[in-house]
Design a protein around this ligand. Structure first.
Ligand SMILES: [Ca+2]
Ligand SMILES: [Ca+2]
Ligand SMILES: [Ca+2]
Ligand SMILES: [Ca+2]
Length: 450
């Protein structure tokens, strides 16, 4: 026969066409005229569809499972020693064939323990890893198997081992190790390699189920989830505070607990490291009194959870004497934009003290009126008396303060013009000018009318 061109339908990728049929004189050469599928009435000799053959599509359907592992909803990623942690493994059928006998393997890191009684359906494989199989027979899959486009969940519960270091990250992978179709035939995954080897998988992104492992992308049949060991409780951070005492009678109430930074959690007050003799029965209001100047350390200790060690934060209390206050003699103070100035203890005392909050400023007018610590424009040019006072000890030092206004006046100029409006009375000179008249220098004159 002549070499008649073969006509093929354009079919989707992953589809194979097989030609089934024969010519009137059966042969094995692809020289048949194919114009219409299922056509049996054509006259092949007349260039119509030959009636002794037909096409049928044989579609190679892909098998593709993927796995994503996460913490169970509500499961904290911060865990303590001996906690039970629940991971969720979701298996997706991304292929075109229903799946059965999906074997999962969990790769526990050091620090996470498998406990059989809380994991029904899971066993330990020959390599020591927990494994389970999801299938129709054991009811883990519906009677249809895992259908394309569907997913199924499995859970594994593990226990955080004792004696772990705080802050340790525990990464737990799971992998699909095998699967079949619903006839029990093992199937080759299109883009991943199921096995129980935790060291041969490409991992790039957490929770990625769309990678193609066959071209080096994140292999879709395995995925990790992670927890971090934490003892939960915090004693806070080491902190330095000051208390200012000006006499033996002075009592300063200090919130030892609230003074600690770093979000300390409530617990019993810690011991007094420096034996200061202070009453620590209420760490939120410790009366600090009658202590010599110096630094005292107090330990705030809380117990660790589940075998974690205790935690301690040191509160360093510096007792500063303000018994001898030394004021500057004469102070000049300039008023600000609002013609007012607030005078601080720091402005008035010599040297540096961490005790400004313990002291008060009082400024007195000439007739003895107490202005507090604020002066305004009404006192510009005046010299007033001030006192820096320790209200707990009736102690003070004093000096004088001169109020000044050193701010430059603000000049507002009109637009560049030949005329200017003068709103105030000006002197008018009239008559005839002669060469003997005094010369008026306009540069020294702000306004004139001649
Ligand atoms: Ca896939
Ligand atoms: Ca896959
Ligand atoms: Ca593997
Ligand atoms: Ca994950």
């Amino acid at each position: 026969m002549s070499s008649t061109p073969l006509r093929l339908a354009v079919l989707p990728i992953k589809t194979v066409i097989a030609l089934v049929g024969s010519r009137l004189e059966p042969d094995t050469t692809n020289d048949d005229v194919v114009l219409e599928d299922n056509e049996v009435n054509g006259d092949g000799l007349g260039r119509e569809d030959e009636d002794d053959h037909d096409v049928a599509e044989v579609i190679t359907r892909v098998f593709d499972l993927a796995l994503r592992k996460t913490l169970e909803l509500g499961q904290l990623s911060s865990v303590s020693l001996n906690d039970t942690v629940t991971f969720v493994i979701e298996v997706f059928n991304q292929g075109m064939i229903a799946a059965d006998n999906i074997q999962l393997t969990d790769y526990l890191p050091n620090g996470l323990l498998f406990v059989a009684p809380i994991n029904p359906g899971w066993t330990i494989d020959a390599l020591g890893n927990p494994t389970t199989t999801l299938n129709v027979a054991n009811g883990a899959l519906p009677s249809t198997g895992l259908l394309p486009g569907h997913s199924v969940f499995a859970e594994i519960h593990v226990v955080v081992a004792p004696g772990l270091q705080e802050g340790l990250s525990l990464v737990n992978f799971a992998e699909i190790s095998a699967a079949t179709d619903t006839n029990g035939q093992p199937k080759q995954d299109i883009d991943s390699t199921p096995d129980n080897n935790e060291n041969n998988d490409t991992f790039i992104h957490d929770n990625d189920i769309n990678g193609n492992g066959s071209i080096g992308e994140d292999e879709d049949d395995h995925d990790p989830a992670e927890v971090e060991v934490n003892c939960y409780l915090s004693a806070g951070d080491d902190t330095h505070i000051s208390a200012c005492l000006g006499c033996a009678e002075a009592v300063v109430i200090v919130d030892f607990f609230g003074s600690l930074s770093g979000n300390p959690l409530p617990a019993a007050p810690g011991p007094n490291l420096d034996n200061s003799g202070l009453n620590l029965s209420n760490p939120g209001a410790v009366p600090v009194t009658d202590l010599a100047p110096g630094v005292y350390e107090f330990a705030y200790t809380i117990p660790g959870l589940n075998g974690c060690g205790n935690r301690t934060a040191i509160l360093e209390l510096e007792v500063v004497s303000i018994e001898n206050l030394v004021c500057n003699d004469d102070i000049n103070i300039s008023l600000g934009d609002n013609c007012e100035a607030e005078v601080s203890v720091d402005n008035l005392l010599e040297g540096d003290l961490p005790c400004y909050n313990a002291l008060e400023v009082h400024i007195y007018t000439a007739n003895g009126f107490d202005l507090g610590n604020t002066v305004n424009g009404a006192f510009i040019g005046q010299t007033l008396t001030f006192r820096v006072e320790d209200p707990l000890c009736d102690n003070h030092c004093w000096g004088t303060i001169t109020i000044e206004d050193k701010k430059k006046p603000v000049i507002t100029c009109p637009d560049d013009t030949d005329q200017a409006m003068v709103n105030e009375q000006v002197q008018t000179i009239s008559g005839t000018r002669s060469t003997t008249d005094p010369v008026l220098d306009l540069d020294d004159t702000s306004a004139s009318s001649i």
